[in-house]
Design a protein around this ligand. Structure first.
Ligand SMILES: [Zn+2]
Length: 450
């Protein structure tokens, strides 16, 4: 089946041009002036609209248990909220439990997404055991197509911690196979000292003291050294402080280092933690002070972040409210999956063309490269998957909604004029004229194992 998206402004790989996009059998076949190629095509008029590649959020936590708490989203609800915002590819996480082999962890997680996801998806793998057999498993998965791995320089108590020596070994063993190593960078030593000084019970407004900016800076500097020494590609997730972002900027010349930040570090600050319901905004790393948030926004305008990702980690209101008296009894994480495109657009809302160009770069091309899926995703070009998000700028503002699964709203009172008009995943239309268009079954594919 042929579809012509006609007469929009087409943004791809950081460039904008007027033109059409022609789709056939789920693949883009032509971009630009498509007159003469369109016989029999269904026409979607995109005049006045902004046509982007389907957007990519590489950092979402969905349908998993974190500590004692179950996440609020299933793949069905999470991917539907993502698609409703213009996202067609998601990056989830598979974490090995202590008692299980890695392959069992993969099976456990993959079964929750297959047949339920409206978006295509891939996985970042967190091995937690490194005996000889475990290494054989890791290398086998890498050989069969798994490219991204995620490690933590903190969370000793939950068995996720990797020492800097371990990260060096991982870098040396996985780099020849082309791995990208995602790191949650907060230095465990700095955190332990900071937490030992805290009074009990710990309130939400104390979170910044519990996990100070120095912890992130210290870990980023150590990871940058490892990247420079090993030649490995490290990607720092959810950078929350300008100090860490500057350290990454300084190291880029000598190390293969990329990074992301999450919109909540740009648009929210620790004043939210001081509200009576401030515990609902607890996440790690914590929200920082207003000066740091402002500085991060300035740095984002100067291109400090290769990509933006939500770290979507929604819990129910009931579970979040366990942190009302004592922060330590609450699950950490906030919703964001549905808010990503509108918040990234808001970074440059006074200059819409620049905002869309940036989105094509930092929410499509760059994350596709990071995940190694640029051969099928992340741009509007012949031969790539027909993942398209068609946006318009409406006269009326609408509330920004971060999630759909009964979790507290992360961005109350935030509004946007950016509206999603159409969305295609491999040529199947998920949103038509702003409404869910009945993709009858969740047909998202796992991009690693097909
Ligand atoms: Zn995360």
């Amino acid at each position: 089946m042929k579809i012509l998206v006609r007469g929009g402004t087409v943004y791809s790989r950081g460039q904008a041009a007027s033109g059409d996009v022609l789709i056939e059998d789920g693949v883009i076949v032509a971009v630009g002036d498509c007159r003469g190629l369109t016989g029999g095509a269904r026409i979607i008029e995109a005049g006045g609209c902004h046509v982007l590649p389907g957007l990519i959020d590489l950092h979402v936590h969905i349908d998993d248990t974190i500590g004692r708490f179950r996440l609020a989203d299933t793949w069905e609800s999470g991917s539907r909220a993502a698609a409703g915002a213009g996202i067609t590819t998601l990056g989830g996480f598979i974490t090995q439990r202590n008692e299980e082999p890695l392959a069992a962890a993969v099976e456990r997680a993959a079964g929750r997404a297959a047949g339920y996801s409206f978006c295509d998806y891939l996985w970042h793998l967190t091995p937690t055991r490194f005996a000889k057999d475990d290494w054989a498993d890791i290398l086998r998965l890498q050989k069969s197509g798994w490219r991204t791995f995620k490690f933590y320089t903190t969370y000793c108590e939950s068995g996720l911690f990797s020492s800097y020596n371990r990260l060096t070994e991982i870098a040396e063993r996985l780099t020849p196979g082309g791995a990208r190593l995602l790191v949650h960078a907060e230095d465990e030593g700095v955190l332990t000292l900071a937490q030992a000084r805290s009074a009990m019970p710990v309130r939400a407004s104390d979170h910044g003291r519990q996990r100070p900016p120095e912890a992130e800076l210290r870990a980023v500097e150590r990871v940058a050294e490892i990247a420079a020494a090993t030649g490995a590609w490290f990607h720092i997730v959810h950078v929350s402080t300008p100090e860490a972002a500057e350290a990454i900027g300084r190291a880029r010349g000598r190390a293969r280092l990329t990074c992301e930040t999450a919109p909540h570090y740009l648009f929210l600050d620790d004043s939210w933690l001081k509200r009576p319901d401030g515990h609902r905004w607890l996440c790690t790393p914590p929200l920082r002070d207003a000066g740091r948030a402002r500085r991060l926004r300035e740095m984002s305008g100067a291109g400090a972040f290769d990509t933006y990702a939500t770290d979507h980690c929604a819990f129910t209101i009931e579970d979040k409210d366990r942190g009302r008296e004592d922060m330590l009894s609450a699950p950490m994480g906030i919703a964001g999956i549905g808010a990503l495109p509108r918040l990234v657009f808001a970074l440059e809302r006074e200059r819409p063309e620049r905002a869309f160009t940036e989105m094509s770069l930092r929410l499509a091309e760059n994350p596709a490269r990071l995940a190694g899926i640029e051969g099928s995703k992340g741009a509007l070009a012949p031969g790539l998957d027909a993942d398209l998000a068609v946006f318009e700028i409406a006269d009326q503002k609408e509330p920004i909604v971060s999630a759909s699964a009964g979790s507290p709203e992360t961005y109350p009172d935030f509004h946007s004029r950016l509206r999603l008009r159409h969305l295609f995943l491999r040529g199947r239309q998920l949103i038509a004229d702003g409404a869910w268009s009945g993709a009858d079954a969740a047909q998202g594919r796992c991009l690693w194992t097909n």
